[in-house]
Write a protein that binds this ligand. Sequence first.
Ligand SMILES: [Fe+2]
Length: 308
Amino acid sequence: MSAVGAAPALVAGGDLTTGRADFIERAQTRGDLFVEQPYDLYSKANQETWRRLYRALAGKWEQHAHPRFLDGVARLGLDPDRIPRLEDVNRFLEPLSGFRARAVSGYVPAYLFFDCLRRREFPTTITVRDGNRLDYLPEPDIFHDLAGHVPMHTDPAFADVLVRFGDAARAAALRGRDGDCRSVESALRALARFFWFTIEFGLMRRPAGDGLCAYGSGLLSSAGEIGHALESPGVQRVPFQLEWVVNQGFEIDSLQPLLFVVDSFRHLEREVRRLERWLGEGRLDNVAPGEPAVSREDLRSFLDAGLQ
Ligand SMILES: [Fe+2]
């Protein structure tokens, strides 16, 4: 997790604001990736940020979110006025799809992240964005993770898609068995692009066949992004094509100009299985260079997994 600007002094009673949470810094210093959610540390300002975000998004969800997402929000009993406790969310979530949200202290190396999905665990950020920067941020926060991602995890078909990403990551890691870093880097880039254009920024045809809706968490956790994605004439919304997606770069800090549309969750799962197959066959060992940049830490996580 990267800091956002300079770190001001901590307020009395705690603070779990992204980039300046003492609790997170201490966990990272100790090397603790998985943590508890220290609920009492949320400040009044943190709770107010959640309330404002929820108010800004609730109407947009009614208008633009996939019906399964709206269903998920209701089933999880998300409180518009209070940051959820992960244990409460999991009490509703686990019986529905076997998934659970698991608190993390910051960035999860890429292979570990996908492997968590395979085990039906969703690494969940517990900090809250700064109230002065309410709209989309490149780094996740609890609103992005819990309100943007987790409602979709209540749907068993969608949950199965996430598990398939873990299988695809395994196939990508195995490209490095012979010490071929370049193939793994390419495979990881393909996987990251696929995840970005589906789980983070995916659009889907409405089940009734009339128009499009959002199922991607980057859209569902940003009031600016969701309206832009579905209403702006400047956005290209094209049918999902695997060859295109894995070669398409993206920028994380501007509104998305190009989005891919799948027909259904079944369609999405078929495409993840194709991705896994193509990774295993070496067909994605040379995807187009460009974004996202692959960090040494992420590459190392895949190379280590491939050797096990
Ligand atoms: Fe996300």
